[in-house]
Design a protein around this ligand. Structure first.
Ligand code: ADP
Ligand code: MG
Length: 729
């Protein structure tokens, strides 16, 4: 064991940056080369088939069988030219990753022998044996067949000699078993609701697109050091490890120069991503040592989510080539920053107008304000559901901790925009706006773009911040599929916009002018949702107290937070907007709780094993050395001299014994509690037991082990330490 750590350290420090073959062409020359995008479709499909696909993408129409044959055969020709021998349906089950099952193009008939084929029905639908994906009791084993269906709105691509077809994944009875199905439904809901509201301002709008720009944070660890840590290998985070004497306190990491080894890795995975049409834009060092970020240019939400899942896969693979492991866990190291996936969300119209962008036309500014206020109100009304969409066992470690958004959902607007809303609230009085007030308001609204231009306010402590032309949802975890956050965000805003239209239409029917009806409604919403607005320091203790006074919730435990999925209010919202059936919501809730319990169970087992197999034996070995040392002194010196000479040794022996005994005792207790927890048939009770009983043991045991790490001979310590894991040279 000792040898493993020291050998790993030697390996890690002697590594040189890998030389990467960079294409000599400009990025724009090979960008999207492995994607079956519109240009390639035009080239490889008949005009008829091409038009059919475009219609399916733009209007969600069904593609008929004969057409599917044509499209599949065009796709096959293109894919084989790009070196593909296999094809697969690719989907996002309710785990953290993606799933695929590869089939070769080759087929055999007696007449033709071996030949390559890709039939229309292979493109459109598949039946993976899906019995081992999480289904929350939706798919009993006897009806284990789920099926995948092609999603033409996300283009197929070639990776690893395989034609990959993005699909949805549903059970035979039609329930969604994935993230993409409800995501597409939520996108349709926000499109419809937003178009209806846009018509108050611009009758020409016929489509509203939701956009997502993700910022993916991650840590890198040297492969050998990673292998020396069973906790990293099995849980993705360190369950033990004393903080390094130096970590991020000098603030010398953020935007610092990237080590050559890391830079080579970044460029390598970016090239792979460009070939797959993923628009990587910004890369930099993050705040913690060994922490980095890659951000893409924003895209339509469905595509952006696929691209995010894909880039995580690419990064994992390319990292191995560079002898790194990439850690997407939200909190791989205690005491320093965790990783998030800031999700920048906006809405734009078919005319290319970003609805969240202040505009020089006062009509569009009025639209801008309307959408801002409705988003505020949606978040205010559904803060608990929004939180439920991003919590997990791993994000629970991050939220509310070191430099991470708190568990209290609030919205940052910035001073100027906030003041603007305050003005509306003050000025508009009841149903009669005076002509002066109207002029004033118009002036005010007309000023928005100029006002926001000087808005350099960059509050980084808010979980949900308006950043000039979009909302940035920062509480999303680095490891999660951000579809979950997008599903909820789209749905709550869609629902709110529907309500807004009803409220405005009612007044119009009563003879109030449209503009005035909108003002009145906004004013009412601004007052109602005021509590959610907070521009101050979200990390402070004062905010916790203030939030409580305002009636905002602060739910820190994941199983507690997940309950919001099944509150009558959330259920009604999700069902009425056509996102989930009641069965589906309940299944998702169950899956999330089960996943939580399993994660803590694994962590508890791994920590138990490490404590007993690595830590206690090391403690005993070192103690024996100390005992020998003391015995030796006893032989050499008088009793009087011995007392002083051996005091430090004796004290260490005592201290080691104390911690080792506690570790042993607590591991045993934790094991017994685990048995009890696992016996709960009820998944709510089970996850609560893991959260409230097992999880605290992890902290307590860790504390004793970290103390042992500090007093044990460095050369004997079996596990790579924080200071070794965290600094790549
Ligand atoms: P910061 O670190 O300041 O948050 P980054 O440059 O790291 O900024 O990330 C900004 C992200 O926001 C990028 O993914 C970018 O594409 C995205 N973004 C910019 N404008 C929009 C928009 N209108 N809608 C959605 N996302 C956007
Ligand atoms: Mg950001």
């Amino acid at each position: 064991m000792i040898a493993i750590r020291l050998q790993a350290l030697q390996d890690a420090t002697s590594r040189k940056p890998l030389s990467v073959e960079f294409p000599s062409a400009k990025v724009s020359d090979y960008y999207g080369i492995n994607v079956f995008d519109k240009t390639k479709m035009e080239q490889y499909l008949s005009k008829e088939a091409y038009n059919e696909v475009i219609k399916a993408i733009e209007q969600g129409t069904k593609i008929d069988r004969t057409m599917a044959e044509q499209i599949a055969s065009g796709m096959k020709v293109w894919a084989m030219e790009r070196g593909a021998t296999h094809y697969t349906h690719w989907f996002h089950p309710l785990t953290e990753g993606t799933a695929e099952k590869h089939d070769a193009f080759i087929e055999y008939t007696r007449g033709m022998g071996m030949f390559e084929n890709f039939a229309g029905n292979n493109l459109v639908q598949q039946e993976p044996d899906a019995s081992s994906f999480p289904s929350g009791g939706l798919r009993a084993t006897f009806e284990a067949r789920g099926y995948t269906a092609w999603d033409p709105s996300s283009p197929a691509f070639v990776m690893n000699q395989t034609l990959i077809i993005p699909t949805i994944f549903i059970s035979y009875t039609g329930e969604s078993l994935d993230y993409k199905t409800p995501l597409l439904k939520s996108l349709a809901a926000i499109d419809k609701a937003a178009v209806d509201v846009c018509h108050f301002f611009d009758k020409e709008v016929n489509k509203v697109i939701a956009n997502l720009g993700w910022e993916q944070e991650y840590f890198l660890v040297d492969e050998s050091l990673y292998q020396s840590r069973p906790d990293l290998v099995l849980t993705g985070r360190t369950l033990i490890g004393h903080p390094s004497a130096k970590d991020q306190q000098l603030e010398d990491q953020y935007f610092a120069v990237t080590p050559d080894r890391v830079a080579a890795f970044m460029r390598d995975f970016e090239i792979e991503s460009y070939k797959l049409g993923i628009p990587c834009k910004t890369r930099h060092n993050e705040v913690a040592p060994n922490q980095y970020e890659i951000a893409s240019i924003y895209e339509e939400v469905n595509l952006a989510v696929d691209h995010n899942m894909l880039i995580m896969e690419i990064m994992r693979r390319v990292a191995r080539k560079h002898s790194f492991r990439v850690l997407f866990h939200e909190k791989p190291f205690a005491g320093i920053n965790g990783s998030g996936k800031h999700s920048n969300w906006s809405l734009s119209t078919n005319a290319g107008v970003n609805i969240f962008s202040p505009n020089s036309s006062s009509k569009l500014n009025f639209q801008f304000l309307t959408f801002i206020v409705n988003t505020l109100k949606a978040v205010y009304e559904n803060a608990d559901l929004l939180r439920a969409s991003i919590v997990s066992a791993s994000n629970e470690q991050r939220l509310g901790g070191h430099e991470a958004p708190p568990n209290i959902i609030s919205v940052f607007l910035g001073e100027q925009l906030g003041r603007m809303l305050d003005n509306i609230e003050k000025t508009v009085s009841g149903h009669n706006i005076t002509p002066e007030e109207k002029t004033e308001l118009k002036l005010d609204i007309g000023r928005i773009p100029h006002v926001l231009l000087d808005n350099t306010d960059r509050n980084r402590t808010s979980p949900f911040a308006f950043t000039g032309n979009r909302f940035e949802f920062r509480a999303v975890g680095s490891n999660t599929n951000c579809a979950s956050a997008m599903i909820v965000l789209n749905t709550i805003v869609a629902n709110q916009l529907k309500q807004f239209k009803i409220d405005v239409d009612r007044q119009i029917k009563d003879g109030i002018k449209t503009e005035e009806a909108i003002f009145n409604t906004l004013k009412k919403y601004i007052t109602k949702s005021k509590a959610i607005r907070f521009d101050g320091d979200g990390y402070s203790e004062e905010w916790k107290n203030e939030a409580e006074k305002r009636g905002l919730t602060n739910i820190t435990s994941c199983p507690d937070a997940l309950k919001a999925w099944i509150s009558p209010k959330s259920k009604a919202l999700l069902i009425e907007n056509g996102i989930f059936s009641e069965k589906e919501v309940e299944a998702r809730y169950e899956i999330s709780l089960e996943k939580y319990a399993k994660k803590i169970q694994i962590e508890s087992r791994v920590l138990g094993d490490m404590a007993i197999n690595h830590i206690i034996p090391t403690a005993i070995k070192y103690k024996n050395i100390l005992i020998e040392h003391c015995k030796g002194l006893k032989d050499l010196y008088s009793d009087e001299e011995y007392k002083t000479m051996a005091s430090e040794g004796l004290e260490l022996i005592k201290e080691i014994s104390k911690h080792a005994t506690e570790v042993k005792r607590k591991v045993k207790e934790m094991g017994n509690e685990r048995i009890k927890a696992s016996k709960h048939e009820n998944f709510e009770k089970k996850s609560q037991a893991y959260a409230k009983i097992i999880k605290p043991y992890l902290e307590e045991i860790r504390d004793h082990i970290d103390r042992l790490e500090l007093i044990t001979d460095n050369s004997m310590w079996p596990l790579a330490k924080y200071r070794e894991l965290l600094f790549i040279n």
